[in-house]
Design a binder for this molecule. Structure first.
Ligand code: CP
Length: 337
């Protein structure tokens, strides 16, 4: 694994969850693994959990950590090629990514969707700018369309708390005063499709997620019906995908309540607005898993960093190719002769 950008970079959810749970049992068992290695965490947007858990994960592996609030403290970056940079942007991603690559061994990026330009957001301009121009592995700490570290933490929490063979899991939209991105919901849906579960999404009409992502998932527009007999209810707001970035409803009837929750466990990635998205009684109740989800962010990140450091170390140990092997390598790269 060179980069960790999306759920597709996880080759086996059960294996990764099991490995993360082993790390959780003794988080500092691999304190020597990352010695002499450094990670840069670059934030183009706010964070509490991602920032601290990724930092903690790196420290648990003995890595050095540099954190930069790039959005407020870095130079404004240009991502387009062939532009005359005579406006507000001071530095091109080509130089910035190469410079960052000299200071650390892994770079992790948080860069949310603009929610104003679907095409640009789906092109993952910032994340892909770094993967294209950096010479080191890149980790996604929530991009325009994906939050795989959150989904991996959710998979760990789900495995820890699930007692059934084929549990019913509901992803429910909830109201919110601000337009929020689709990244958490997208990655949760992709992760749940790899689980042995009866998975249902519920939201008001007009809030359908990207159909490429939800193509095999049942959608139920009646929230109460969707929540009946659920074992886990994951609540999240997102803005409209079809009317890109718009708030189409703030209907408080969609707020999660104890009544709708029933006997299900409550999940949310946090931060959450109390008594808008979910009522106090749910968040403060014993069925809420939100604090454990946040705790598991450390072990999700630690597993990802461990895998990348293992790969870096393996490549460092690999003997250099000899002359004949170099020629054969290049011939194969071109399709083989
Ligand atoms: N869930 C999550 O990513 O939290 P932060 O935005 O606080 O990092």
């Amino acid at each position: 694994m060179k980069h960790f950008l999306a759920i597709k970079d996880i080759d086996s959810i059960p294996d990764w969850v099991s490995q993360a749970r082993t790390l959780k049992e003794n988080p500092v068992a691999l304190k020597e693994l990352g010695a002499g290695k450094a990670i840069c965490l670059l934030f183009f947007n706010h964070s509490l959990r991602t920032r601290l858990s990724t930092q903690k994960a790196a420290l648990n592996l003995g890595m050095d950590v540099m954190v930069m609030n790039f959005g407020t403290e870095g130079w404004q970056l240009e991502f387009e090629d062939d532009v005359v940079m005579d406006q507000g942007k001071s530095e091109h991603i080509k130089e910035a990514a190469k410079v960052v690559s000299q200071f650390c061994d892994i770079v992790a990026i948080r860069a949310f969707a603009s929610l104003t330009d679907k095409e640009k957001d789906e092109a993952e301009v910032v994340l892909n700018g770094f993967t294209k121009h950096a010479s080191i592995p890149v980790v996604n700490m929530e991009s325009s369309v994906a939050h795989p570290l959150q989904a991996l933490a959710d998979a760990i929490t789900f495995a820890e708390k699930n007692k059934k063979n084929k549990p019913k899991v509901v992803l429910s939209w909830a109201p919110h005063p601000k337009a929020l991105p689709h990244a958490v919901a997208n990655s949760f849906v992709q992760m749940m499709q790899l689980q042995d579960a009866n998975f249902v999404i519920t939201h008001p009409k007009g809030y359908e997620l990207n159909p490429e992502i939800t193509k095999n998932v049942q959608i139920e527009y009646d929230q109460k019906k969707a929540c009946e007999n659920a074992d886990f209810i994951y609540v999240k707001n997102w803005s409209s995908y079809s009317e890109y970035g718009k708030i189409l409803s703030q209907d408080s009837a969609w707020m999660m309540t104890s009544e709708k929750l029933g006997n299900a466990k409550f999940m949310h990635c946090l931060p959450v607005r109390r008594n808008v998205v979910v009522e106090d009684a749910v968040l403060d109740g014993e069925q809420s898993l939100v604090i454990e989800q946040a705790n598991n962010r450390t072990y999700a990140a630690q597993l990802v960093l461990k895998k990348i450091v293992d790969e870096i170390t393996k490549n460092l140990k690999a003997p250099p190719l000899r002359r004949g092997e170099v020629d054969s390598f290049h011939r194969n790269e071109d399709g083989g002769v």
